[in-house]
Write a protein that binds this ligand. Structure first.
Ligand code: 5RP
Length: 227
């Protein structure tokens, strides 16, 4: 029986194998944040001579990449990336995701939006029938925390301010439980419209293009159920 850590290691290595054909000396790739992304960074570093560098979605991942000798680029200096690789807190069969457990959701959404392909790396515990079991992280401008929390309560959620946590962008996170998200893209658009919301942790309007899912029987490749 593989432990969760071994499942994460397997999918991190599978992600490196998946992107290897995309690597060229002039290629910059997008790299996410979290414990699975950390393992991906560690496995990626063995191939650092094969590509130019990376744009990362957090100060934490940038520091890890740099420590392993991978050059880190500012997104403003990069026009295109073939791929963005990141974990998720939940993923459904349509490859819509809840992200932001590590608080990096805004930069994750930005870097992913520039990449041609989002490769989500998860272990099988992250696959759900309906999103919303994991409290939905929402990044909020500090002065709007109370107003946004009241609006989320009106939408049926129970928002809790992530205690003592400030994002890389100087903002706060509300973790919203009690949501059964029947239509993820519609709910994402609804939350995006609340004044003071920087980013909703739903990645549904633009989900993953492929998910690599680590199971006891190996790493499975999932494509969106509708495609
Ligand atoms: C960070 C994220 C992560 O991808 C998500 O929290 C999953 O993390 P882990 O790989 O540690 O389970 O969205 O903001």
């Amino acid at each position: 029986m593989l432990t969760q850590q071994e499942l994460k290691q397997n999918v991190a290595q599978a992600a490196v194998d998946y992107i290897l054909p995309m690597l060229r000396p002039d290629v910059v790739i997008g790299v996410g944040t979290g414990s699975t992304a950390d393992l991906f960074i560690d496995a990626l570093a063995a191939h650092k001579a094969s590509f130019r560098g990376a744009v990362s979605s957090s100060e934490r991942s940038s520091a890890r990449l740099a420590a392993l000798g991978v050059q880190v680029f500012d997104l403003n200096d990069v026009e295109s990336m073939p791929v963005y690789v990141d974990g998720a807190d939940e993923i459904d069969a349509g490859l819509h995701m809840v992200k932001g457990g590590g608080g990096a959701l805004t930069r994750e959404k930005i870097v992913a939006s520039v990449a041609e392909q989002f490769v989500c790396i998860v272990d099988e515990s992250k696959l759900v029938g309906q999103l919303g079991g994991f409290p939905l992280p929402i990044e909020v401008i500090p002065m709007a925390v109370g107003a946004v929390a009241r609006e989320l309560a009106r939408l049926g959620g129970k928002p809790v301010l992530r205690d003592g946590f400030v994002t890389d962008n100087g903002c706060r996170i509300l973790d919203v439980s009690g949501l059964a998200i029947a239509d993820p893209a519609q709910f994402e658009a609804r939350v995006n419209n609340i004044p003071g919301v920087v980013t909703c942790g739903l990645f549904a309007i633009a989900g993953a293009d492929v998910a690599l899912m680590s199971t006891q029987d190996g790493v499975r490749q999932l494509r969106p159920a509708s495609s």
